[in-house]
Design a protein around this ligand. Structure first.
Ligand code: FAD
Ligand code: SF4
Length: 482
């Protein structure tokens, strides 16, 4: 009798090269080094090309994932890049910083299967790494030329003008989508460099500025104008933009106002918000002081308070600036930390300590207005709260001091009212975030749209991009383009 043929088990996921932990703690160069062409093709070949691809449903901007992976498996990087750019203006960024494990890769069918021979769970296709490979290999700066044969992608249509305030991923997505349809998009940014958190928050070793710059240059090549040093609500007003002939205004100003704990000692020298600390180091290039004239205190013993990506970035930055000991202080356990798994893993590899189930109750000074320690209350986990996570509860009397000369607070951010105070017609919710129509992103002021962190509160790059895409589609419909 003929032997029944069984399908071979899919191969294991292809590992990505990275700088060894021992080397990278001494530099600001990128940690993850990406796939080679052979590795990318081998990883792409693992994709099952599902008829109902769950991965696409898991992606907020609905990238045609099996489509771009097929092209990669065939070695057609240009084709893969073209598919990515249909729905994503920033693939090199997303390939690096999206929480793929809970989005496309979290939904990947391969990741739900077990290996028949070993009985072990299979790993999902490394969609983010493949996205990064395609975008890096097919350098974004030549994208316009290569895809259309023209230096500018679409012929600008007379009189169609849209303004974006803020230049983070939500606005960049609006700009990419609309300029491809021929709309003249102008972005007004308060800082001296565009990119939002991608340049002032996420450090160089995780997302090189040159990578973000390349994708922004591609948008410029597509006809997007970016004006820096323009503060919405001060040097430019939403009303004026509408009166100046912009048919729509998109507000993508993020949520960059740092939150503080409000405990004693917060004004001691050595206490920073992560926002200020990371902006000084990343955008001000404090790590290259005195070549760049933006100093930042270099702590010896650093405590970073919080458990998200921002906390991981601050802790790893402090290590690279020469700290001897860096501890992450978090009031729940490692399992509940909201940071991406990969970031926690990298931070631990580099030597960051975790002080779990601890809540700061005071910053303790040295008598000369400088920070000397953090007073911590030990916690335990109680019943789940509204967020579904177990509520941290104080263990009475269990208090100790963690010596530190620098504390960096990464416990979230809120809405910055500079722009919003100027536009009282735009309705805000009780936390100060903009209320929008969920389908279109339109605010209570007709013609004014909003998306990203200023609507949702601090979230993710890809969710900000998803919001930008929804708003851009609605604006395009309003302009009669779709
Ligand atoms: C340190 C850090 C690490 C992070 N890591 C990750 C990660 O790994 N993965 C991930 O998915 N997400 C991460 N995030 C979150 C993610 O970066 C944000 O959710 C996303 O950038 C929000 O995009 P946005 O378009 O809403 O605005 P932002 O990126 O916040 O950009 C807003 C822009 O608007 C400008 N602006 C503000 N007010 C005005 C004004 N009045 N006039 C003109 N311009 C103005 C700001 O200067 C800024 O450039 C991280 C955030 C931080 C802070
Ligand atoms: S779900 Fe996974 S295996 Fe299926 S098409 Fe998407 S990436 Fe490929």
């Amino acid at each position: 009798m003929a032997e029944k043929k069984t399908k071979p088990s899919p191969k294991p996921r292809v590992a990505m090269r990275e700088q060894p932990a021992i080397e990278r703690v001494g530099n600001f160069s990128e940690v993850a080094l990406g796939y080679t062409r052979e590795q990318a093709m081998a990883e792409a070949a693992r994709c099952l090309q599902c008829r109902k691809p769950a991965c696409v449903k898991g992606c907020p901007v609905e990238i045609n994932i099996p489509g771009f992976i097929t092209r990669l498996a065939e070695g057609d990087v240009r084709g893969a890049y073209g598919i990515l750019r249909e729905t994503n203006s920033l693939p090199a960024v997303c390939g690096r910083v999206c929480p793929q494990e809970v989005q496309c890769e979290g939904a990947c069918i391969l990741g739900q299967m077990t290996d028949k021979a070993s009985g072990e769970k299979l790993e999902p296709v490394a969609i983010g790494r493949l996205e990064r490979f395609a975008a890096d290999t097919f350098a974004a700066e030549s994208a316009c030329d290569e895809l259309t044969g023209k230096p500018v992608c679409a012929m600008p249509r007379d009189g169609l003008k849209v303004a974006c305030i803020g230049s983070g991923p939500s606005s960049l997505t609006v700009a990419g989508y609309l300029s491809a349809l021929g709309v003249q998009v102008t972005i007004f940014e308060a800082l001296h460099e565009p990119g939002g958190v991608l340049v002032y928050g996420i450090p160089e070793f995780r997302l090189p500025k040159a990578t973000v710059g390349r994708e922004i240059d591609a948008l410029r090549a597509q006809g997007v104008e970016i004006r820096c040093n323009w503060v919405g609500g001060k040097t430019v007003a939403v009303r004026d933009l509408l009166n100046d002939g912009y048919q729509a205004v998109f507000i993508g100003v993020g949520a960059g106002l740092p939150k503080f704990l409000g405990v004693p000692g917060e004004s001691l020298v050595g206490v920073y918000s992560a926002n200020e600390y990371l902006t000084r180091v990343n955008l001000g290039r404090a790590y290259d002081y005195p070549a760049y004239d933006t100093p930042v205190t270099r702590g010896k013993h650093v405590a970073v308070i919080g458990g998200g990506n921002v906390a991981m970035d601050a802790a790893r930055t402090a290590l690279r600036l020469g700290a001897e000991r860096v501890s992450i202080v978090y009031r729940r356990t490692r399992e509940e930390m909201p940071a991406r798994r990969e970031e926690i893993h990298h931070a631990l590899e580099e030597g960051v300590h975790l002080e779990m189930l601890c809540n700061p109750t005071a910053y303790v000074g040295d008598g000369k207005h400088r920070l000397a320690a953090l007073r911590l209350q030990r916690m335990c986990l109680g019943a789940p709260d509204a967020s579904g996570r177990c509520r941290p509860e104080a263990i009475p009397g269990d208090v100790f001091e963690l010596p530190c000369d620098q504390a960096i607070l990464a416990v979230g951010t809120g809405s910055n009212r500079v722009l919003l105070q100027d536009t009282p017609e735009v309705t805000l919710n009780k936390w100060g975030y903009i209320v929008v129509d969920e389908e279109t992103g339109e605010t209570s002021l007709p013609g004014v749209y909003a998306g990203g962190d200023i609507v949702t509160g601090a979230a993710t790059v890809i969710l900000a991009m998803g919001a930008g895409r929804r708003a851009a589609k609605a604006i395009a419909r309003k302009l009669g383009l779709q």
